[in-house]
Design a protein around this ligand. Structure first.
Ligand code: PGA
Length: 253
């Protein structure tokens, strides 16, 4: 089973509408039109989504959001619904990023609710999992990532599970310039796939794409992508530079 790799750029809280549209235009120029061999996604801040959608119209670069709420509408100050994101042009959404978990109290339960709502509404979730440095040093990495993966998939059907992506993002590698080695990434990706196999069967697990995130750069993408269970990347800092992101998209194995 060959899985189409996904390279996603998480712009985090960077970019006014004008800046985001400029970056999107630069990316459009820098990234060769897709030949179907890889999918490319960018996730700008909410306020820039509609503008970036317009800039990217007709290109093969797809749009994602950085979060989504599980309710359709209502008194949920500060939250954004699936239908709002679809209308803005999104096809993807990042769920459970470690910054959401660590800084904004996102729980495993919330990650599950957001993931299910996204899938039900037709958005493709990129579900983030990953251990802290303290957890890795205590040799708890596989236990923590296993728990997060299991919790994210509660009450979900195999048919839905196979359409989502996971992103393994060790917290100690995010924005630090410290990347997991290809061996470290491979070990955890294999664990995520094993948990999916246990819950949804081997066929589903073979289809699920597992991205790596945490200081992905032009000079480490090729060795990460060479590993069998690494099916793409979720890129933060390097996605804000069009030339860097284009080189990551053009990874070679
Ligand atoms: P980074 O961020 O590439 O800047 O480490 C990755 C992420 O948080 O998704």
């Amino acid at each position: 089973m060959s899985r189409v790799p996904v390279i996603a750029g998480n712009w985090k809280m960077h970019g006014t509408v004008a800046e985001s549209r400029r970056l999107a235009a630069d990316l459009r120029a820098a990234i060769a039109p897709g030949d179907g061999s890889r999918e490319v996604v960018v996730a700008p801040p909410f306020t820039a989504l509609a503008g970036v959608a317009e800039t990217l119209r007709g290109s093969t670069i797809e749009l994602g959001a950085q979060n989504v709420h599980w309710e359709a509408k209502g008194a949920f100050t500060g939250e954004v619904s699936v239908s709002m994101l679809l209308e803005a042009g999104c096809r993807w959404v990042i769920v459970g990023h470690s910054e959401r978990r660590q800084l904004f109290g996102e729980t495993d339960e919330g990650v599950n609710l957001r993931t299910r709502a996204a899938l039900a509404g037709g958005l493709k979730p990129i579900v983030c999992v990953g251990e802290t440095l303290a957890e890795r040093e205590a040799d708890r990495t596989l236990e923590v990532v296993g728990r997060q993966t299991r919790a994210a998939l509660l009450q979900m059907k195999a048919a839905d599970i196979q359409t989502l992506c996971f992103a393994y993002e060790p917290v100690w590698a995010i924005g630090t310039g410290r990347t997991a080695t290809p061996d470290q990434a491979e070990e955890v990706h294999a664990k995520v796939r094993a948990v999916v196999a246990e819950l949804a069967g081997a066929g589903t697990a073979e289809r699920v794409r597992i991205l790596y995130g945490g200081s992905v750069k032009p000079d480490n993408i090729d060795s990460l992508m060479a590993r069998v269970n690494v099916d793409g990347a979720l890129v933060g800092g390097a996605s804000l530079d069009a030339a860097s992101f284009a080189r990551i998209v053009a990874f070679q194995v």
